[in-house]
Write a protein that binds this ligand. Structure first.
Ligand SMILES: Cc1cc2nc3c(=O)[nH]c(=O)nc-3n(C[C@H](O)[C@H](O)[C@H](O)COP(=O)(O)OP(=O)(O)OC[C@H]3O[C@@H](n4cnc5c(N)ncnc54)[C@H](O)[C@@H]3O)c2cc1C
Length: 396
């Protein structure tokens, strides 16, 4: 394969894989996108709508800066596709807080590098009047809304440089002299210069990735017919969220549970989700709400809840042989991962995958490189051998 070979195999056609395929195709790459499921069976595609929503922490400037950029990017990306209101509604998100917490958060957000028009304080009386919720203040964020996951992912991969091959479960990978060999369960084999794993909770099942610490968290959302009195189109969220009027349905949730492989809808979770729903509509809880409808899925969660994105170590440095310098780190050539998006794949992955596409292409900007240093998959290891700070401050 030549030095200018622009071939890539991407494993996993969820939002991480589809976004990456989109950005690499824009850079002239020929992409083979493999997914173990038939396209319509991809788990997340049975979810009717996912929220795009900025999420901030009081004391994590790097994360907050990433969130601001990523949510704006996803918002503009979805709007750019000009989906009909059947498939997307980008009307913003209202986050509810107790008054004191709201003031704290607002003070914090005002110090971020965020456009003034991208957020607005909502007083308790406004929240009561417009959203019927009592005793809460709120912040409206413009860069939010909902989109149909299948619509977004299929639009991202609708490019003649992207060859999506469903029913292709990758079981093994092997490094050749100047390419990667990818083995599928159905006996097909693929070769490409670049290989990027975007297969979420299943990453650890493939050799070479046993050291990546990912947990699997089950979640359930539910939906009911839209309440007649609700008029707003903004998503409302506090601990859970309510996505209003997705083709006549209110979608709400979601639950969060480790080490639970139950694929069936759980009545217990339905009750928890209904409590969230009634709270976010400002109504009294009604237990009997008919036969439940909803969706169950799994999130790939990292130790610090930020995704693991970047190159893969060829061998982990021995903790005893310190000191190390950044030049001692030994990565596999042209092998990358893009996983661990937890509950925020649709907000983060389109933007982060753009940074990764630049890394694959060796055309990173300063900003993209700093973001990927922050998301380095081995960050906790790097911290233990004393290199994390050096990596983060390399360009300061
Ligand atoms: C109940 C619930 C509600 C959620 N709501 C939201 C929301 O509103 N907004 C939001 O942003 N996020 C939400 N999430 C989280 C969101 O689903 C994830 O962040 C997102 O799906 C991660 O995208 P991904 O591409 O990394 O993984 P996935 O969507 O899981 O995609 C991974 C793909 O890899 C494929 N794959 C796996 N192994 C292999 C293999 N060996 N070979 C080939 N293919 C393989 C799978 O078939 C799958 O298609 C929710 C999650 C749950 C459970």
């Amino acid at each position: 394969m030549s030095k200018n070979d622009k071939s890539a195999v991407i494993v996993g056609a969820g939002i991480a894989g589809s976004s990456l395929a989109f950005h690499l195709a824009n850079k002239g790459y020929q992409i083979t996108l493999l997914d173990e499921n038939s396209y319509k069976e991809v788990e997340i595609f049975h979810n009717k709508a996912v929220e795009i929503s900025p999420h901030y922490m009081l004391n994590n400037p790097s994360y907050n800066s990433l969130m601001t950029k990523a949510s704006k990017f996803s918002y503009e990306l979805v709007r750019g596709f000009k989906f009909t209101k059947k498939d997307a509604m980008m009307k913003g998100v209202v986050k509810l807080y107790d008054l004191k917490d709201c003031e704290k958060m607002l003070g914090k957000i005002s110090t971020f590098d965020i456009e003034k028009s991208a957020f607005e304080y909502l007083e308790p009386c406004t929240i009561k009047e417009k959203y019927y919720v009592d005793k809460k203040a709120g912040i409206y964020f413009k860069h939010g809304g909902w989109v149909s996951p299948i619509k977004l992912c299929s639009s991202l991969t609708n490019d003649r440089n992207i060859n999506l091959i469903p029913k292709s479960k990758v079981t093994k990978i092997n490094q050749k002299t100047s390419s990667w060999e990818i083995y599928c369960e159905n006996s097909n084999r693929y070769f490409a210069k670049n290989l990027i794993l975007c297969n979420s909770t299943s990453l650890n099942k493939i050799n070479l990735f046993k050291d990546i610490d990912l947990k699997k968290n089950r979640g359930q959302i539910n939906w009911v017919d839209r309440k007649k009195n609700l008029k707003h189109k903004e998503i409302i969220s506090e601990k859970g969220y309510l996505i209003p009027d997705v083709n006549g349905l209110d979608i709400f949730g979601s639950t969060y549970e480790r080490d639970n492989e139950n694929k069936e809808l759980s009545n217990n979770d339905y009750e928890k989700n209904l409590k969230t729903y009634f709270k976010l509509c400002g109504d009294k809880f009604e237990q009997n709400h008919g036969l439940q409808k909803g969706w169950v899925g799994w999130r790939a969660v990292t130790l610090d809840r930020n995704p693991y994105v970047g190159k893969v170590f060829a061998d982990l440095p021995d903790k005893k042989n310190r000191p190390y310098s950044l030049d001692d780190l030994n990565y596999h050539p042209n092998l990358f991962i893009n996983v661990g998006y937890g509950s925020r794949g649709y907000t983060l992955a389109p933007f982060v995958s753009k940074c990764l596409a630049s890394m694959v292409d060796s055309s990173q900007s300063f900003e993209e490189e700093s973001i990927l240093n922050f998301l380095n998959p081995y960050r906790s290891w790097l911290k233990q051998i004393g290199l994390r700070k050096k990596m983060l401050t390399k360009y300061k």
